[in-house]
Design a protein around this ligand. Structure first.
Ligand code: RP5
Length: 163
């Protein structure tokens, strides 16, 4: 199975990334996690992206906050699909990172998830890997069914409380 590569701009982004790594582990998808910054370590970020396909990755997830150029910089150096996670920082509530990540020029796409959307980034990566992996597709179907059953269980509890 192809690996998912996760890159974050700073270790301060780790709480958001944990939502992704937890789900990837649960779905039995191999992954690597790195701290490379578009601004602080641009050479390492570029080299990781350029070598990612040859190194067995199928999808890359890039998470960064503030002037978040990481996902775009990674996408500029690979034709693997890149999923961007805009991270909320102490000012501007993550709108800075959202716009920096989502507003890519034509030719260099970044599939941007919600601010702090580590969970959906992992699920989207899993869905891309599952295009060529039927066992993973089945695990994704099972998770959907299990998530839906959990919501309906909560609805049943709510009906009991308010009847
Ligand atoms: C970005 O700046 C990082 O992705 C992080 O979200 C933000 C702040 O980084 P630190 O100052 O916490 O290292 O590059």
């Amino acid at each position: 199975m192809k690996k998912v590569g996760i890159i974050m701009g700073s270790d301060s982004d780790l709480p958001i990334i944990r939502k992704a790594t937890d789900l990837l582990s649960q779905l039995e998808i191999p992954f690597e996690v790195h701290i490379y910054s578009a601004h602080r370590t641009p050479d390492e970020a570029r080299d990781f992206a350029r070598n990612a396909r040859a190194n067995g990755f199928g999808v890359l997830i890039a998470a960064a906050g503030m002037a978040a150029h990481l996902a775009g910089a990674i996408a500029a150096n690979t034709t693997l699909p890149v999923i961007g996670i805009p991270c909320k920082s102490s000012v501007l509530d993550g709108m800075d990172a959202l716009l920096s990540t989502v507003m890519m020029p034509t030719g260099i796409p970044v599939a941007t998830v919600a601010i702090n959307g580590g969970g959906n980034a992992a699920l989207l990566a899993a869905q891309i890997i599952a295009l060529t992996d039927d066992d993973l597709a089945r695990r994704l179907d099972e998770k959907r069914a299990s998530d839906a059953a959990n919501v309906l269980k909560k609805d049943t509890a709510l009906q009991a409380e308010f009847q």
